[in-house]
Write a protein that binds this ligand. Structure first.
Ligand SMILES: [Zn+2]
Length: 373
């Protein structure tokens, strides 16, 4: 068994180096350069960068690393991680206590998703330095995942030879996400009429009051077992003595069920338009798509691959339908079946983020088994 060749200390060193390189969305270039340098030490590995930077506004494209493998008859597969990190993420200093990594507390750690990237670096060592049999493996490192899956949406799929793959980008460990909802944004503008609040309030129509009536009429939170909705931002008004003319509202709706998503959009739109017009105002509402739903069938080759590795390692993974969207939603929609594996990260998107070396190592063992069994 080759998992005993894993060097956890080398994995830890890569992880710390990665976390301490700044890489907010659209500024992943330094991480991309670090990865280029890393992969260029292995003869035979191909490093490609697509031209997605032109569309995403990032200082780098997505990186696609191709490890040729030595089983041409076997199905090529890929792993995916994103190079960007949520804010606050500048000047990360990593602390490691009892094998658990955290930031010093004023930034996120960036284990989301640099834990996954470090795992793939150590995976590459294992594949290249041991006498193993494995198929062509591609590593897809994307940009702008956290700010709208920008890199995945602009990925040059012509560079992908793999037929299915595994995103290393989820909390917990020993789990495999096979389903995730579709999501749309809510972008609304409610318009009333401006007037002086003290001199002629009779001539005004308060857009903030209209907005509050609309929002209080909407179901929010978990509105059914497969659907959630949120109003996350409102902005309106100009001064305390002016009846506000306009309010901008932003939110989102997510659903695993396409019919429920359409019905919820219709209901939300009606609430904005009907309530505003009943009072003599108006509302314009749009629902731009964020990402499509994904659901990978349990008998698909990508899930069977995970189940085979489960058997080899004698582990029991939990197969989950989750509530978040990620690059995997885009890959699935583009015909590349993709599941998401937990890498052990916790408290993500907060300065209390943490990840344990033993959980990264455990995920790496899974990845090695997926590739070699
Ligand atoms: Zn992530």
């Amino acid at each position: 068994m080759c998992i005993d060749r894993i060097q956890p200390q080398r994995l830890a060193a890569y992880f710390i180096s990665l976390c301490e390189i700044d890489s907010p969305g659209k500024k992943e270039g330094k991480v991309a350069l670090y990865l280029r340098q890393f992969f260029s030490q292995f003869p035979g590995i191909n490093i490609a960068e697509d031209s997605s930077g032109l569309h995403t506004g990032s200082d780098t494209g997505n990186l696609i690393i191709t490890i040729p493998g030595n089983r041409p008859e076997a199905t090529p597969l890929f792993f995916n991680c994103h190079m960007d990190v949520v804010t606050p993420c500048l000047g990360v200093e990593v602390d490691c206590t009892d094998g658990v990594f955290t930031s010093k507390g004023d930034t996120v750690l960036g284990g989301d998703d640099k834990g996954g990237i470090a795992i793939l670096m150590e995976l590459t060592h294992i594949l290249m330095e041991n006498d193993l049999s494995f198929p062509l493996v591609q590593l897809i490192f994307t940009t702008g995942e956290e700010i709208g899956l920008l890199g995945a949406k602009a990925l040059d799929f012509d560079l992908i030879q793999a037929e299915y793959g595994f995103a290393l980008d989820s909390t917990g460990v020993d789990n495999c996400i096979i389903g995730a909802p579709a999501a749309v944004y809510i972008h609304a503008v409610i318009t009333g009429r401006a007037a002086h609040a003290g001199l002629n309030p009779e001539d005004g129509l308060n857009a903030i009051a209209l907005c509050s009536e609309v929002i209080s009429s909407l179901p929010l939170g978990r509105i059914s077992k497969d659907t959630t909705a949120n109003i996350g931002l409102i902005e309106g008004g100009t001064a305390t003595n002016i009846i506000p003319e306009a309010v901008h509202v932003k939110g989102e709706i997510r659903s695993h069920n396409p019919d429920t998503l359409v019905r919820t959009i219709t209901m939300f739109k009606a609430a904005f338009v009907d309530i505003s017009s009943r009072h003599g105002g108006r509302a314009e509402v749009a629902f731009p798509p964020q990402y499509p739903a994904m659901l990978v069938s349990e008998d698909s080759p990508v899930v069977q691959c995970v189940q085979r590795a489960e058997g080899v390692l004698n582990r029991k993974l939990e197969f989950i339908v989750a509530g978040g969207g990620s690059d995997a939603n885009i890959f699935n929609a583009r015909g590349l079946p993709t599941v998401i594996l937990g890498i052990g990260m916790a408290n993500v998107h907060s300065t209390a983020e943490k990840i344990a070396l033993k959980d990264m190592t455990r995920t790496l063992e899974m990845a090695v088994c997926i590739v070699t069994s």
